[in-house]
Ligand binder design. Structure first.
Ligand code: SF4
Ligand code: SF4
Length: 179
């Protein structure tokens, strides 16, 4: 019989119990295994730094493009973390915000305000940070500093892939696995 703990069950933001269970396990791992987690913390730190670096460029573009949008992408279903996001959040030493569960997918995201997203970009769900709609991308590509942004974004993407690999290794170390 396998001794692998199948605790990291598939995360669904519709299911508060599963979410809390994953959070509890992550808090446990991050609280007790500091030495083993140094590498993942360093990668997460670089990701945070990378997102903060590209944030002004994205902000300048969304401020121009998004106010005219007729189909705003910030709906409730996009405003939750996946499992990898939760590892990242813990690795940078933060706690996730309190989520309100049970909202409809089509409701406005709970973090959306009249001034836009209330979460710092570096801790938004990865689905938000990796999403650039066609209108936004069209506008971005015309800017002279687009290439610099694109290069930095690629660096963050590479780090994110590294983070995923490290997560897998860590879960194996602690005999956990995603299921
Ligand atoms: S990113 Fe695109 S889809 Fe989302 S609000 Fe801005 S313009 Fe609309
Ligand atoms: S960017 Fe912010 S407001 Fe928009 S869906 Fe993501 S978390 Fe919600």
């Amino acid at each position: 019989m396998s001794n692998v703990k199948q605790i990291f069950t598939k995360l669904s933001y519709h299911d508060q119990n599963t979410y809390n269970q994953i959070l509890y396990r992550l808090e446990d791992i991050f609280h007790n295994c500091d030495n083993e987690l140094q590498e993942i913390k360093e990668i997460a730190r670089k990701i945070k730094e990378g997102i903060e670096k590209i944030s002004p460029f994205i902000q300048q573009c969304t401020e121009i493009v998004c106010p005219a949008c007729k189909n705003i992408c910030c709906s409730n279903k996009h405003g939750y973390y996946n499992r990898e996001d939760l590892v990242y959040i813990h690795a940078v030493g933060l706690k996730p915000p309190e989520f309100e569960f049970g909202r409809k997918d089509s409701d406005p995201c709970q973090f959306l305000s009249v001034k836009g997203c209330t979460l710092e970009r570096s801790v938004r769900p990865s689905g938000c940070n990796w999403y650039f709609c066609e209108s936004l991308l069209d506008y971005m590509e015309k800017r002279p500093d687009y290439q610099e942004f694109d290069d930095s974004l690629s660096d963050v993407a590479t780090l994110w892939m590294e983070l995923m690999r490290e997560i897998t290794k860590i879960l194996q170390t602690f005999h956990y696995r995603w299921v």
